[in-house]
Design a protein around this ligand. Structure first.
Ligand code: NAP
Length: 284
């Protein structure tokens, strides 16, 4: 397997370095800007390519580690050449291989989406922490099992996914990462209304966030759940609902707490949460 990269950004640098260290031949990099591609080539001990056609000639597998919005146009550029027999991969969490690479089988090539379920925040450091990450993959059946073996051989976990489920899969990832940022931000804002600075709010919340995250990961969300909703404490929830200054914030609290009731019912099937449910759905 000889792998070339188009797009010398965070994913390109990190996957290339991880692959090269794992014994896979990385041919080199082509990128929008020559200096990025040269830096990635140096980092991974591979070549800089100034022409797409040269990268294509040298590589059996081409990773398009460009922003999601650029995948189609870069694929269009590749299709100006003969791509027969090549494997073309992208790393988008939401796009399918078929949508990204239309007509690929007619060209005798194979398309894959190979999504690392991992936050790659730094070009040169993130790869060090990637071992054990999950990769979610789908695409042409011809080499799919081979990809599973290759990635597992590199120390990753692999989950095959049906292309039609990718938006749902990506929404799940966003909830656990991006949406959590929104909840943390809301929490910090409420504390600033109580006299905290944003910095002290974050410091004060740190043990709560850390321990709660640890409990969720160790015991699962049901066993980790504590608080007013789980205790069926209607008065406290009423007080919470009265303190928001915008409908938006109140709706956020209501929507998330309704999901908490579902978990609380599972945890405490003997409790009757119907009054609390009415309060949270606006019935009271
Ligand atoms: N970062 C993550 O945490 C993460 C995690 C999972 C999946 N992914 C996926 O990985 C892919 C890349 O994301 P990223 O975070 O690595 O983005 P990034 O750091 O912004 O890197 C993208 C690179 O693509 C290059 N590029 C842009 N347009 C191009 C074009 N038309 N032709 C050639 N190169 C082009 C840019 O190169 P120059 O530097 O030369 O301008 C840039 O360095 C995306 O599909 C993303 O969804 C990212």
């Amino acid at each position: 397997m000889k792998v070339g990269f188009i797009g010398a950004g965070k994913a390109g640098f990190s996957l290339g370095k991880y692959f090269a260290d794992g014994g896979i031949t990385v041919t080199g990099y082509y990128s929008l800007h020559e200096n990025s591609a040269r830096a990635a080539a140096e980092f991974t001990g591979s070549q800089f390519f100034g022409e797409l056609s040269d990268l294509l000639k040298e590589s059996g597998v081409i990773f398009l580690t460009v922003p999601d919005g650029a995948v189609s146009s870069v694929y269009g550029e590749l299709c100006k050449f003969d791509i027969k027999g090549k494997q073309i991969c992208h790393c988008s969490g939401v796009m399918t291989a078929a949508a990204a690479f239309p007509g690929i089988s007619r060209r005798g090539a194979f398309g894959y989406s190979i999504h690392p379920l991992f936050p790659i925040s730094d070009k040169t450091e993130s790869y060090r922490k990637m071992a054990g990450a999950f990769f979610c993959i789908e695409g042409s059946f011809e080499h799919l099992d081979e990809w599973k073996s290759v990635l597992e051989g590199l120390g990753f976990h692999v989950q095959m996914i049906d292309g039609k489920d990718k938006p749902k899969y990506h929404a799940a990832c966003a909830i656990s990462s991006n949406l959590f940022c929104a909840l943390a931000d809301e929490s910090i804002e409420l504390l600033t209304q109580c006299g905290f600075t944003r910095e002290t709010a974050l410091t004060a919340l740190s043990p709560l966030i850390r321990q709660n995250t640890e409990n969720i990961l160790r015991y699962g969300p049901t066993n980790a759940l504590t608080g007013a909703v789980e205790r069926n404490d209607i008065q406290t929830v009423e007080k919470h609902l009265s303190c928001f200054s915008t409908d938006n914030e109140r709706e956020l609290y209501r929507a998330v707490s309704q999901r908490l009731i579902r978990i609380a019912k599972e945890k405490n099937p003997q409790n009757d949460y119907s009054e609390l449910e009415k309060l949270l759905t606006g019935g009271i």
